[in-house]
Design a binder for this molecule. Structure first.
Ligand SMILES: Nc1nc2c(ncn2[C@@H]2O[C@H](COP(=O)(O)OP(=O)(O)OP(=O)(O)O)[C@@H](O)[C@H]2O)c(=O)[nH]1
Ligand SMILES: O=C([O-])CC(=O)C(=O)O
Ligand SMILES: [Mn+2]
Length: 609
């Protein structure tokens, strides 16, 4: 990894020589610089300013309809050895990939400006923080990085002071001057059919080509804070995770920190902004997508949110589901691929109970409920996003920027499962907890390309984000656990189980506090729970359901562990572990054997629920 200012200057000079931009601008992150970029993007049609009376300092970007989500098939881990990327990543031979990148990046910024964006992941100078430099030819990326990370002068000072930094190169891949010298007209959302989202874990380097979409282009996020950081974390004994982080404060003064890994579009932002319906609990937000955790000298696991903003899913975010997010989005927001109202505000499915009579949809076309009924077109893209500073969140915790982090008490793993997986199960110990993480499966969502609804394994919600061999990553989790004398409790949760009528059995959202409340009481031994094959489950009467009307039959169903269903689940896990090769830790095979034995015992006692 490079260090220092000299190396940074050399890096910028090298990339400028390769990509041949018209100009090079070092970003300092100032308000004036930001205003200039916004003005340019409005002129270019990239941003539509929203009505300042309704949504001050906020903008709408409409992407190219082919550039709306993470491009997993174009995402590569270029480790020196193929086996280090593992069976779940696309691997590319590093020298070959470097040649390809050299080819596509040559002259790719002609006619454009190259921006240099120094950034810090985590509070600048914090104990768990790290810095990087993103080079990009997209002002949308600069403006978004300014929200999502800490960019500019303070990060540059860290680099000048000698901090190691991660080099990250991004281009939308659409030069404005051809190699023959012909000028090309720019478009509001430049991108390319050719896409490469590449990571060099040994050199801690990122190269991204052809997309302007968040997860592909804001390189501090998934590329650095997860794929590259997971490789750094493996080597240094810590964890880089796809998790939210919250604090629960009880009226009696007790405080707990909960981190949770759910796959993309499975409820992290919602849980991160939960407004408690139980009067004894207050929830405050630390982060909604990424957590870095390090064993402390006290034998506990200490966590920070390395990001500075939220890049959240808009559809489904409304007053009844996530009122905190709605209040976070009142100003200074970049919206991407939502619909525009006739008075210059934004709308998406789920923001209000019924849609406005007339809208401009995410592709700039006329939209009415009638047109929607006829064509099935949604007003917003299902993966439409908002980009907003975390400090605007009304529930943000006053300690969220504490560089030392907070000690984690409980880790949750969950996915989107219509059947089988119960509402909550507490693991007996760290080993079973790692087994929960390693065996998460979830129905596909719109956050990446692919068929929505299809079930896929997404271990630790890290399938698209682990920078090395997934089974080695499981072994790393086991090893980190061994180094903790006070490890967090671990639980599996599922908010998405459905009844035979296809309706969710559990009301979810703010009501999920009831599950957290039980898990914390159970982990402290205040309630017995019901030991079962998959962990300790709540007895229905142990859940605090004050003020909630829930059909007792639905509650029983959402807590039901079906031995036959779980036996085939176990078969699926065995096939999955086998497909992961010989690196799967023995401990996880032992956990599977324990699960099978417990299921056999459960089947032998037909009276059990
Ligand atoms: N039924 C149900 N749906 C939920 C719940 N929590 C979230 N959702 C829905 O799940 C979708 C995604 O929620 P988010 O909180 O944005 O998911 P995320 O994990 O932050 O997604 P990424 O930002 O892509 O990583 C939205 O449509 C939500 O309305 C819940 O408890 N129950
Ligand atoms: O990374 C992104 O582009 C958006 C996101 O949070 C995810 O897909 O998990
Ligand atoms: Mn989110």
């Amino acid at each position: 990894m490079p260090r220092g200012l000299g190396a940074a200057e050399q890096f910028v000079a090298d990339i400028a020589a390769l990509t041949q931009p018209d100009a090079v601008v070092w970003c300092n992150g100032s308000d004036a610089e930001h205003a200039r970029l916004i003005g340019q993007m409005i002129d270019a049609g990239t941003l539509v300013p929203l009505n300042p009376d309704l949504r001050p300092d906020s903008f709408l970007a409409r992407s190219d309809p082919r550039d709306v989500a993470r491009a997993e098939s174009a995402t590569f881990i270029c480790s020196a050895r193929e086996e280090d990327a593992g069976p779940t990543n696309n691997w590319a031979e590093p020298t070959q990939m470097r040649n390809t990148l050299h080819e596509v990046f040559t002259g790719c910024m002609r006619g454009r400006t190259l921006y240099v964006v120094p950034f810090s992941m985590g509070p600048v100078g914090g104990r768990l923080s790290q810095v990087g430099i993103e080079i990009t030819d997209s002002p949308y990326v600069v403006a978004s990085m300014r929200i999502m990370t800490r960019i500019g002068a303070p990060a540059m000072r860290e680099i000048a002071a000698g901090a190691r930094w991660v080099p990250a190169v991004h281009s939308v891949g659409m030069p404005l001057v051809t190699s023959g010298g012909t000028r090309v007209q720019d478009v509001p959302w430049p991108c390319s059919e050719t896409k490469y989202i590449t990571h060099f874990p040994e050199g801690r380097e990122i190269w991204s080509f052809g997309s302007g979409y968040g997860g592909n282009a804001l390189l501090g996020k998934k590329c650095y804070a997860l794929r590259i950081a997971s490789a750094i974390a493996r080597d240094e004994g810590w964890l880089a995770e796809h998790m939210l982080l919250i604090r629960l404060t009880h009226t009696d003064g007790r405080r707990y920190h909960v981190a949770a890994a759910f796959p993309s579009a499975c409820g992290k932002t919602n849980l991160a902004m939960l407004r408690s319906v139980l009067p004894e609990w207050t929830v405050s937000t630390f982060g909604d997508d990424i957590v870095w955790m390090r064993p402390g000298t006290d034998g506990r696991l200490w966590a920070i949110n390395p990001e500075a903003g939220f890049f959240g899913v808009a559809p489904g975010t409304g007053e009844s589901t996530n009122p905190t997010a709605v209040r976070t989005l009142t100003q200074n927001v970049i919206f991407t691929n939502v619909a525009l109202t006739d008075d210059g505000d934004v709308w998406w499915e789920g923001l209000t109970d019924s849609p406005p009579a007339h809208l401009t949809d995410w592709q700039g076309q006329e939209w009415t409920p009638e047109i929607a009924a006829e064509t099935g077109r949604t007003a917003a893209h299902p993966n439409a996003r908002f980009t907003v500073a975390a400090e605007q969140c009304p529930l943000i915790d006053s300690d969220w920027e504490d560089g030392d982090g907070v000690p984690v008490d409980l880790i949750l793993f969950g996915g989107r499962r219509a059947s089988n997986v119960p509402l909550a199960a507490l693991a007996r110990d760290w080993h079973q907890g790692v087994f929960y993480g390693a065996t998460i499966a979830s129905e596909r969502t719109a956050a990446a390309e692919g068929t929505v609804g299809e079930l896929r394994r997404d271990p630790f919600a890290m399938l698209p984000f682990c920078g090395y061999h997934m089974a080695d990553y499981w072994a790393h989790w086991l090893q980190v656990g061994d180094s903790l004398t006070r490890p967090p409790a671990v639980a599996a949760v599922n908010w998405f189980r459905k009844g035979p009528d296809g309706q969710f059995l559990w009301p979810g959202f703010a009501e999920n506090i009831r599950v957290l409340d039980w898990l914390l009481r159970q982990s402290e031994g205040q309630v017995p729970g019901r030991a079962c094959a998959v962990g300790t489950l709540p007895e229905p009467e142990e859940l605090n359901l004050d003020g909630l009307e829930l059909d007792p039959a639905d509650l029983r169903e959402v807590l039901r562990v079906d031995a036959a269903g779980w036996t085939s689940e176990a078969d699926g896990i065995a096939d999955y572990f086998t497909s992961m090769g010989t690196a799967v830790p023995k401990v996880l095979w032992e956990e599977l054997a324990r699960l099978r034995a417990a299921l056999a015992a459960q089947t032998a006692q037909p009276s059990s629920r």
